[in-house]
Design a protein around this ligand. Structure first.
Ligand SMILES: [Fe+2]
Ligand SMILES: [Fe+2]
Length: 140
């Protein structure tokens, strides 16, 4: 969890550090998503604490603190709307995946959801680090 009252630069540093911690875990999840139903369940249960409340808090920090600060400085509203929409999509996939594991769903859909989460969230975080955050650092 990221403490309040951070400067925008410190906020971006903290968010990027959370990306760096999560990216290898998502790569591992994607790898294991194609294995047996049992190993997939183990993989999802291992990553669940990272993609539960901490992911909600990470996204809330971006949506409620960082993005409004950027918008207030005249940052591109279109790009913010795009990343905000991805947050909604990411959390929806996450919720479906965790619910399926809780329900002991053994269908292929669970593996698909795990791969979809790994791909969507990794790509999102990489684009934040490579495109959005550098643009924010220039303006904030
Ligand atoms: Fe984000
Ligand atoms: Fe992020």
């Amino acid at each position: 969890m990221i403490p309040d009252n951070k400067s925008p630069a410190a906020l971006i540093d903290a968010l990027s550090a959370e990306h760096r911690a999560l990216l290898p875990e998502l790569a591992r999840l994607a790898q294991e998503a194609s294995a047996s139903a049992e190993s997939l369940k183990t993989a999802v249960e291992r990553i669940a604490p990272l993609i539960g409340l901490p992911l909600d808090e990470h996204i809330a920090t971006e949506d409620r603190e960082l993005f409004p600060a950027y918008a207030a400085r005249g940052g591109d509203a279109g790009i913010l709307a795009f990343f905000t929409a991805e947050h909604v999509e990411i959390l929806a996939i996450r919720n479906r995946l965790l619910a399926a594991i809780e329900d002991n769903d053994h269908t292929e859909a669970v593996g698909f959801l795990a791969e979809q989460l790994a791909d969507t969230l990794s790509s999102h975080m990489n684009r934040e680090d490579e495109v959005l955050f550098p643009a924010m650092r220039d303006l904030l």
